[in-house]
Design a protein around this ligand. Structure first.
Ligand SMILES: [Zn+2]
Length: 424
């Protein structure tokens, strides 16, 4: 029998990390560490899709290709998935950095008209073309660090027109590629200045005007709310998310980041796809999330950059059976584009193992954004989104940090990063 001709073969990965077998349900409990490594692994790819995985011996005896990448005894794994970014924003908050260092809290900076509201003003001012350029640079940087799919939230527009502008931008980003963008509507990110003291009226605007407009123009897959003391209450969050769900959007919640307001519990009650942050979630909330299969998206760079000296209890969530995912929380207050760093922080600050963190940044992250049937693992039928890292085994992701270990990125079967440079 002749060998089957395919577009691309990757062979001789010292470890081929597959994270396979979890496309229907996310990995939880002890499964969180199941990365399913194939030693001396190889992948056959055709028309952007994985045809077969196996040992190099198996794959090379059954397939041939004009294009064979020798992974050179390095580690190959699924393209990283970042399930939580606020990538669409103008300006920066470098000046607030020193306020934070002097001990001002996030909420104090917000109350002083800084934080989110200063970014809202800058984002509203900036035209679409410039904003797209800035966002493309950020997304390319993420791609260079191994992120092939990222969730992108709106939330710095805070009016119907400006939120639409941000979501259109997320769509343009996706079209410009080669990364894939999953858009989330976060109109309830903060209460804009013009609605100060009238939070319920702003919630009405989100429900009656923004969500129908977003849904009609098919600009978002998910709706998210910043449910937090001093921002949106659990009741307001519920109203917004139930409306969004009725109109076909998946629900996400920024939950219990600064206090236990019952965000995790609400996520479980309404069947949210994910609840994110979770630093102060109650045991009851975590247990309910586990029983409803709500993905816990942990964002260790957020408390790091806020200098909170505390992290979400990833170990407890895994123990209770919450499927844990990891994201960057890329935003003006958390300028992190690299999911490799999220993995390292998960290990060093939350005591997750590298294997658990890799599952969290690939297949479970894909579940957190409704993409697990297409991406997040290396198995036949999935999109060929693959990264090759300069590491003899998967533990180096996490263990070695502060440098970019990703050498090669393959998106939809095409090499888009080679020797740490974008090509094409
Ligand atoms: Zn966030």
């Amino acid at each position: 029998m002749g060998r089957r001709e395919v577009d691309l073969i990757i062979a001789h990965a010292a470890e081929l990390v597959t994270t396979a077998g979890r496309s229907i349900r996310p990995a939880s409990g002890s499964q969180q560490a199941d990365i399913l490594v194939i030693p001396d692994g190889a992948i056959a790819i055709h028309r952007g899709v994985i045809v077969q995985i196996g040992t190099s011996g198996q794959i090379l005896s059954q397939h041939r290709s004009k294009h064979v990448i020798d992974a050179g005894r390095k580690t190959a794994l699924p393209g990283l998935v970042d399930p939580h970014t606020h990538l669409v924003f103008a300006g920066s908050r470098d000046r607030e950095f020193e306020m934070k260092l002097s001990g001002k809290s996030y909420m104090e900076i917000l109350a002083a008209g800084g934080g989110i509201l200063s970014t809202v003003a800058e984002t509203r001012k900036m035209g679409k073309r410039w904003l797209l350029k800035i966002c493309q640079e950020r997304a390319r940087s993420s791609l260079l660090h191994g992120t092939t799919t990222m969730e992108v939230k709106s939330g710095y527009g805070l009016s119907t027109e400006e939120e639409i502008k941000c979501l259109q931008l997320a769509r343009s980003l996706d079209k410009s590629g080669p990364f894939h963008v999953v858009p989330t509507f976060l109109g309830a990110h903060a209460i804009p200045e013009e609605y100060e003291g009238r939070a319920d009226e702003y919630v009405d605007l989100v429900i009656e005007d923004m969500i129908p407009t977003v849904v009609k123009s098919k600009l978002a897959r998910f709706c998210d709310v910043f449910c937090e003391r001093g921002v949106f209450t659990v009741e307001q969050t519920r109203r917004i998310l139930e409306t969004a769900q009725q109109m076909g959007l998946g629900a996400k919640i920024h939950a219990d980041e600064f206090a236990d307001t019952g965000g995790a519990l609400l996520a479980a009650k309404i069947g949210a796809v994910s609840a994110d942050h979770l630093l102060f979630s109650s045991d009851e909330g975590i247990r309910e999330m586990a029983s409803r299969g709500v993905v816990g998206v942990l964002l260790p760079a957020a408390p790091l950059t806020l200098m909170m000296g505390k992290y979400a209890n990833g170990r407890k969530m895994i123990q209770y059976g919450v499927p844990v995912a990891l994201g960057t929380d890329l935003s003006p207050s958390c300028m992190l584009e690299s999911q490799q760093m999220s993995i390292a922080l998960a290990c060093y600050c939350m005591r997750m193992t590298p294997a658990e963190a890799i599952v969290a940044a690939t297949i479970n992250a894909a579940h957190a954004i409704g993409e697990a049937s297409r991406i997040g693992s290396l198995e036949p039928g999935k999109r060929a989104d693959i990264v090759i890292v300069d590491a003899p085994n998967h533990r180096f992701l996490g263990y070695k940090f502060g440098v970019n270990l990703v050498e090669t990125v393959i998106k939809d079967g095409k090499v888009v990063v080679q020797d740490q440079r974008l090509i094409g």
